[in-house]
Design a protein around this ligand. Structure first.
Ligand SMILES: C[S@@+](CC[C@H](N)C(=O)[O-])C[C@H]1O[C@@H](n2cnc3c(N)ncnc32)[C@H](O)[C@@H]1O
Length: 276
């Protein structure tokens, strides 16, 4: 059935059949996809915090929306002129996003792909803007994912995660003796709580870093936080000069993503090639 043959009630049926919805999209016909969302008008209220921190005109920018869900952020970036790739591992959400992209008439600026974040290990393309929101804490291997994400980043990263309570930041010494671990008990020591059982009845909530932990992991992955538009939201820029430890990390990353040889030389060309 073509778009022109769809009546309002057909659209209504589509909307219900495509549910349940996590993103509350405001459709051109005035209806909303999740008007009863327990978090409110989600994620519009989060976008309202982030939007002023991104260029109003994204013409000529490429963007990657990781865990795009029904595409709320993908569509907002496309409306600002970016060519956006939305990826998600869940076909249920991608069906919603494809349907909504048509309703919004954004099909020419939006590409939607079924992908795991870890599949970025096999992607050559880089993106001016990357949104990595609401996904990190759902991953069993979050730091692996973050390292992969930063390698695909050119200009701006918007990172959001569930966190542990607390805003403290403790500055660890540059190095400490092996038995000197008391400082790790400081509230502001970078740390991440592991959730073995359920949080909010969701079996995919695995990790909750504290604020210091988020900043430390972002730094360690090669970006620096430039803005904090809201609670648990971090706008970051890539750091130009990689740390000297990076070559060693590249070797591990290659092995973890099935691209490294056993005992390969960390200074070998294959490792150095993906260093930024
Ligand atoms: C909590 S929702 C966040 C959606 C959106 N990014 C936001 O911030 O509103 C998590 C999304 O990430 C997707 N997701 C979870 N694990 C993923 C993975 N390993 N690779 C790609 N997408 C993933 C889920 O399917 C879901 O759409």
């Amino acid at each position: 059935m073509t778009e022109t043959l769809l009546t309002t009630s057909d659209h209504q049926d589509d909307l219900a059949a495509l549910g349940p919805w996590f993103h509350n999209l405001h459709l051109p016909d005035g209806r909303q996809t999740a008007p009863q969302h327990p978090l409110g008008d989600f994620p519009r209220f989060k976008w309202d915090q982030i939007a002023p921190h991104l260029p109003a005109d994204l013409s000529g920018w490429t963007a990657l929306d990781i865990g795009c869900n029904a595409g709320f952020y993908t569509f907002e970036l496309a409306r600002r002129g970016a060519l956006v790739t939305g990826i998600d591992h869940d076909p249920h959400f991608l069906r919603q996003a494809r349907w909504a992209a048509e309703r919004f008439g954004l099909g020419d600026r939006v590409r939607l792909r079924r992908m795991q974040v870890y599949d970025l290990a096999r992607v050559e393309e880089s993106y001016d803007l990357v949104l990595f929101m609401g996904v990190f804490y759902h991953l069993r291997y979050p730091l692996l994912a973050l390292d992969l994400v930063v390698r695909r980043l050119c200009r701006l990263l918007v990172f959001q995660t569930l966190t542990m309570p607390g805003e403290e930041v403790f500055e660890p010494a540059a190095d400490s003796p092996i038995h000197d671990r008391e400082a790790m008990l400081e509230p502001g020591w970078p740390k991440m709580a592991f959730i073995e059982h359920r949080l909010a009845s969701d079996p995919t909530n695995w990790w909750a870093p504290n604020h210091a932990g988020v900043e430390a992991m972002l730094r360690s992955a090669g970006v620096t936080v430039v803005e904090r538009p809201g609670h648990e939201i971090y706008v970051c820029r890539p750091v130009e000069v990689p740390s000297p430890d990076r070559v060693w990390m590249e070797e591990e990353l290659l092995a973890a993503t099935g691209r490294g040889g056993r005992g390969a030389d960390p200074s070998a060309e294959s490792s150095a090639r993906i260093l930024k």
